[in-house]
Ligand binder design. Structure first.
Ligand code: NAD
Length: 250
């Protein structure tokens, strides 16, 4: 069996930087035509596209806040109009508003649930219609080990990321007969803009719980996503793959 990404079309939400950028660049390097997405960080998204195009590969930007259904629909339709297809959807866009529950505002709860979980619903709902018709699709949703192990200060984030796991398993069962797979990648601690603001003390404490003794890199998450997005992973669905240096072992 050959893992041929040539002429495949992918959308990677939130690919203007960090893990999403690494996923977009890695898919493109294998021959996938990639739609790079961001809500606000257009400069970053254009940089991702430049990185891809400068290597002779194909990508374009579509700006959309995927937490809004109409904008997510716009993103999926853009891929269809521009490249005539959609084979791979990576729901990577995410955010945090860490706070102990006692101090967490309703706004902080709602925002995190909307950006992390509702976006996944929005993009999957629209993409699955196309994939069902084509009888092929690869969906990879980016959750977090916080969803599995819990993390103080992250009740909103962990709830949204656990929601993504239950959502993915249910969707995997709904779509399997049409050869669509739905899987989850759960990163551990990967230094990016998202983790910049965490106190150094917390970062050091986290490090002491990682058997492999180091933080991960966006590229290491991207390799797992690309594996699940490939044709050769066609017998894997409804699974959660932790990329966390062994921090959480189920
Ligand atoms: P990041 O903050 O560097 O990147 C987040 C991306 O999402 C950016 O491109 C941002 O523009 C985009 N985005 C945010 N809201 C959006 C919206 N409404 N619509 C479209 N795009 C939006 O973060 P990262 O560390 O690269 O995280 C990527 C994913 O990995 C997130 O889902 C995050 O929860 C998950 N994750 C990260 C870590 C980590 O340690 N970095 C660990 C576990 C899970």
């Amino acid at each position: 069996m050959k893992n041929d990404f040539t002429d495949r079309v992918a959308i990677v939400t939130g690919s203007s930087r960090g893990i999403g950028r690494a996923i977009a660049e890695t898919l493109a390097a294998r021959g996938t035509q990639v739609v790079v997405n961001c809500a606000k960080d257009l400069e970053g998204a254009e940089e991702t596209v430049d990185n891809i195009v400068s290597k002779g590969n194909i990508a374009t930007v579509f700006q959309a806040d995927v937490s809004e259904l109409s904008e997510a629909e716009g993103l999926i339709n853009y891929a269809l109009d521009k490249y005539g297809n959609l084979d791979i959807l990576v729901n990577n866009a995410g955010t945090t508003r860490d706070q102990l529950l006692m101090r967490m505002s309703e706004e902080e709860w709602d925002l995190v649930l909307r950006v992390n979980l509702k976006s996944t619903f929005n993009c999957c709902k629209t993409a699955v219609k196309l994939m069902m018709r084509k009888r092929y699709g690869r969906i990879v949703n980016i959750s977090s080990v916080s969803a599995i192990a819990g993390n103080p200060g992250q009740t909103n984030y962990a709830a949204s990321k656990s929601g993504m796991i239950g959502f993915s398993k249910s969707l995997a069962r709904e779509t399997a007969s049409r050869k669509i797979t739905v899987n989850v990648v759960a990163p551990g601690f990967i230094p990016t803009t998202l983790t910049d603001d965490l106190p150094d003390e917390l970062k050091e404490k986290t490090l002491s719980h990682i058997p492999l003794g180091r933080w991960g890199e966006p590229q290491e998450v991207a390799e797992a996503v690309v594996f699940l997005a490939g044709e050769t992973a066609g017998y894997i669905t409804g699974q959660v793959l932790n990329v966390d240096g062994g921090m959480v072992m189920a």
